[in-house]
Design a protein. Structure first.
Length: 114
């Protein structure tokens, strides 16, 4: 199975913005609810946000109102728009299918710091 490919991470200041992207095999993407996860140093990987095939989103309480998950089914790409990130959002971010989990990709590092 092909791994997801995440990109778009980097260093961002608190209150800034960042958009993450994730490319997934077309056959998996088009038939799956998708999700963004993150793993901070010393912590377990956690679910940040998910989106159904039709585009209905769901968020972890800590990111509600700040992060937006959306998908482009024509491009087989998942996105996470991060607004007003906080230092506690610092983590490696991963995407994966909820219904047909793939091997984890390398993730993309997000560091929120002034």
């Amino acid at each position: 199975q092909v791994q997801p490919v995440e990109s778009g991470g980097g260093l961002v200041q608190p209150g800034g913005s960042l958009r993450l992207s994730c490319g997934v095999s077309g056959s998996i993407f088009s038939s799956s609810s998708m999700a963004w996860y993150r793993q901070a140093p010393g912590k377990q990987r956690e679910l940040v946000a998910s989106i159904s095939i039709r585009g209905s989103p769901s968020y972890q309480d800590s990111v509600k109102g700040r992060f937006t998950i959306f998908r482009d089914n024509a491009k087989n790409t998942l996105y996470l728009q991060m607004e007003s990130p906080k230092p506690e959002d610092t983590a490696v971010y991963y995407c994966n299918s909820l219904s047909r989990p793939l091997p984890w990709g390398q993730g993309t590092q997000v560091t929120v710091s002034s």
